[in-house]
Design a protein around this ligand. Structure first.
Ligand SMILES: C[S@@+](CC[C@H](N)C(=O)[O-])C[C@H]1O[C@@H](n2cnc3c(N)ncnc32)[C@H](O)[C@@H]1O
Ligand code: SF4
Ligand code: SF4
Length: 246
């Protein structure tokens, strides 16, 4: 069954140096567009197992964020999100969410601020408020050795911890070119997400994508076009540098 992710906002109160969203058109998805996207997805592909409310922005900044989560539950999908943990009323998550992701790259407040993740104290408080009430996963981008103390902190609290490497795709790495090595060439020209229809991503304007990694929509034509370029054993421009391309 497909997982679905909807970019409900591209706005953010943080400015992480690695975030592609900071260069994108800034805005929130209206509730009506969200419902129309979800309804159309369900009509074409069926009810998704999980419906993630997140893109390259802070989802909780959308004033209809919790109405969207409630709608996901209404259609029979499990709502999910990854948040930067600055939302003031963590208890609001308890109504419709069972699982939530929170991003913490480091426990050093100075380093967090230099990454662009400000107000670490509030983020930690957000997690502590929901711990034991929700299934929480902490997401860390591997920016430095500081992810190890985060791992230990999670272990002590019984929280799942996911470490994500810095994205190597051009869409993201143009913000930190000095940190990324040259792309490796694929050998098989295959992507499991494309082959298995593993997910759908709907961007702020409702554009349908095969994954959440294509941030430069101007280079994206269609899912069918990506498939046919790969069949010619070429790398489609929107997929350049993608770790999923084998
Ligand atoms: C795009 S954010 C959106 C949700 C929310 N604003 C947040 O930061 O948690 C979703 C996840 O992607 C991660 N992320 C963003 N840019 C990344 C990059 N260039 N490389 C790896 N992970 C990245 C974030 O750290 C976060 O855990
Ligand atoms: S908190 Fe999330 S959306 Fe905001 S700048 Fe950081 S990665 Fe981007
Ligand atoms: S960007 Fe990556 S995950 Fe998305 S379709 Fe291309 S190869 Fe697959």
């Amino acid at each position: 069954m497909m997982d679905v992710q909807v970019e409900v906002s591209t706005r953010c109160n943080f400015d992480c140096f690695y975030c592609a969203g900071r260069d994108m058109v800034q805005g929130d998805m209206p509730l009506e567009r969200f419902r129309a996207i979800v309804d159309s997805h369900v009509a074409r592909y069926g009810v998704p197992r999980r419906l993630s409310l997140q893109g390259e922005g802070e989802p909780t900044l959308n004033r209809d964020f919790f109405a969207m989560a409630a709608y996901a539950r209404t259609i029979g999908a499990e709502p999910f999100t990854i948040t930067n943990g600055t939302y003031k009323y963590p208890e609001h998550f308890l109504a419709d969410f069972r699982q939530v992701g929170v991003s913490i790259d480091t426990l050093d407040a100075g380093e967090a601020a230099s990454i662009g993740r400000h107000n670490l104290e509030r983020v930690i408080e957000f997690v502590e408020n929901l711990r034991g009430k929700l299934d929480i996963t902490i997401f860390s981008v591997a920016v430095s050795a500081s992810v190890q103390p985060v791992r230990e902190w999670c272990r002590k609290r019984g929280l799942r911890h996911m470490i994500q490497p810095l994205q190597g795709k051009d869409d993201y790495s143009r913000r930190y070119p000095q940190r990324i090595q040259l792309h490796r060439q694929p050998t098989e020209y295959r992507c499991h997400l494309l082959e298995n229809d593993g997910m759908r991503y709907y961007d702020l304007s409702g554009g349908e994508m095969p994954c959440c990694f294509i941030k430069d929509a101007s280079r994206f034509e269609s899912i069918a076009a990506l498939r046919s370029i790969l069949e010619e054993r070429k790398v489609p421009l929107p997929c350049a540098g993608c770790a999923h391309l084998r």
